[in-house]
Design a protein around this ligand. Structure first.
Ligand SMILES: Nc1ncnc2c1ncn2[C@@H]1O[C@H](COP(=O)(O)OP(=O)(O)O)[C@@H](O)[C@H]1O
Ligand SMILES: [Mg+2]
Length: 467
């Protein structure tokens, strides 16, 4: 199939599509051209098409709509979207919408021929790999807590231990993005409650008055808006698990009621006079230091001690560096699947950037960075070009502190800012970094501005250790 593919070109500019058709026919492909989305869908409906070159700007139905409807008719064909100019958000949108790849206009026909050759080759490889993979069992459940650092292994141990207890409550502590919710899922799924509900509620996202009635429900007439009796999640989650996310946001007035459920496994609806008994495990999570909040008089000590029976601490990602690259590779594999890519590895320079970064947003940030990189990567290797600027030294790292949301840039360089005290080399280094930063790390642009060739710039970057 990497020889004679059936290719459909959807392009309203007939000069363009004619040139492409001729170029692709040279490679032995069967090529059809159409000028509108409607006609493209008719062809997809009636013929076997392997690959579609789809312009985004089309009269009437635009490329995104064509893509969506095409996928409904036949998910098989590879779709390469043609974007009008190099527009990253549009390219990202195309890939998210299920396109295999994008190609910016204006382009030369040789480049597009090469891209198509690669796409067809990748498709063939992917089909082979898919068959192999199907023969193996899924090695990895989608949302498993992954990592091999001593810290994560310890967490896994505690999860398994807690899961065997019938209703011991758990307090999960860690910065945002460290995997607290994932741990809650893992505990629930490993426990005997796995077939019962796991209800999650984010205490910071719901106004105080509403939170109480969400949790405990209310009797008809308990307050003005209570027109009917309503069950709260403590009733709805009976026999299951409740995950109270960001419990530090829970107001002091509500805290004793939670304490009471923890102690007696019973509660009353708002306005109710009867105790309702439930069987529930409570898992709470916080990214603030509750001990400190107790000292500040913002959190009840008795509730903290009741929650603290079992504590799971999720260390920030920067403190378990050995997890960074394995996680990056795990996400890369997931992205390959999702975006139909065959990225094989991360270059050593990119690995270095990933390992050295401070990850204030922790695993969530790493996951997003890898998704973006996979989308931007058109080859088989992730390179620093596809990583965001904040990972690159010279852009200023930010450090997040465990107990607060403050983040501060660390000094970028210790070079004396008074230029009269600087060596020529320091000045040059600083100037190169400034120019690169000003142009979003674009090396071609920087080279032009510095009036040196790209290869000279590359040598200087290497010499100064700028990546
Ligand atoms: N150890 C891990 N292995 C795999 N994915 C993880 C891990 N830790 C976090 N994640 C992923 O990172 C994202 C953030 O995790 P989440 O549990 O929501 O963090 P938190 O609740 O601490 O903010 C989720 O997409 C989650 O699946
Ligand atoms: Mg969370």
């Amino acid at each position: 199939m990497d020889r004679n593919a059936n290719i459909l070109i959807v392009e309203d500019d007939s000069t363009l599509s004619f040139g492409m058709k001729r170029a692709l026919e040279k490679d032995g492909h069967n090529v059809r051209t159409v000028e509108t989305g409607e006609k493209a869908l008719q062809v997809i409906n009636s013929q076997l098409i392997d690959l579609v070159l789809l312009d985004i700007r089309l009269p009437q139905m635009d490329g995104f709509e064509v893509l969506e409807r095409l996928k409904e008719i036949d998910p098989q064909p590879i779709v390469i979207m043609v974007t009008a100019f190099f527009d990253v958000p549009e390219a990202v949108k195309a890939i998210r919408a299920g396109a295999y790849d994008y190609f910016p206009k204006p382009f030369d026909n040789d480049a597009i021929r090469q891209k198509i050759r690669k796409a067809l080759e990748n498709l063939r490889l992917k089909q082979e790999v898919d068959i192999l993979k199907q023969q193996q069992k899924e090695k990895f459940p989608a949302n498993m807590l992954f990592g091999n650092s001593p810290e994560i292994r310890e967490v896994q141990k505690i999860i398994n231990l807690v899961a065997t207890t019938p209703r011991t409550s758990v307090l999960i502590q860690g910065e945002s993005g460290t995997g607290k919710e994932l741990v809650a899922d893992a505990i629930h799924n490993a426990s005997n409650r796995r077939d019962k509900p796991l209800i999650k509620i984010n205490c910071s996202a719901i106004p105080e008055q509403l939170l109480e009635s969400e949790l405990f429900g209310h009797e008809k007439g308990a307050f003005t808006d209570a027109k009917i009796t309503k069950k709260g999640i403590f009733e709805l989650a009976n026999s299951g698990t409740i995950f109270l996310d960001e419990i530090s946001s829970m107001k002091m007035a509500l805290q004793p009621k939670i304490l009471r459920v923890l102690e007696t496994q019973s509660f009353r609806r708002i306005g109710g006079t009867q105790d309702i008994n439930v069987d529930i495990r409570i898992i709470a999570a916080t990214n603030r230091d509750l001990e400190e909040m107790v000292r500040l008089g913002e959190f009840r000590e008795d509730l903290l001690y009741r929650l603290k029976v079992m504590v799971i601490d999720l260390p920030p990602l920067r403190n378990r560096e050995s997890d960074i690259l394995p996680l990056a590779k795990l996400f890369l594999e997931a992205n390959n699947k999702e975006f139909n890519k065959s990225i094989q590895k991360i270059s050593p320079e990119a690995e270095k950037l990933l390992s050295q970064y401070s990850w204030p947003g922790n695993v969530r940030e790493l996951k997003n960075v890898m998704e973006r990189a996979a989308i931007l990567c058109s080859g088989t290797i992730i390179t620093p070009d596809q990583l965001p600027l904040e990972l690159k030294p010279g852009k200023g790292k930010s450090i997040a502190f465990a107990s607060s949301a403050i983040s501060q840039p660390t000094p970028v360089t210790t070079v004396d800012t008074d230029s009269a005290n600087q060596s020529l080399e320091d000045m040059e280094k600083k100037h190169i970094i400034d120019v690169l930063n000003k142009h979003d790390g674009n090396k071609s642009k920087a080279a032009r501005i510095l009036n040196i060739s790209r290869s000279t710039l590359r040598e200087k970057l290497k010499a100064y250790g700028i990546s």
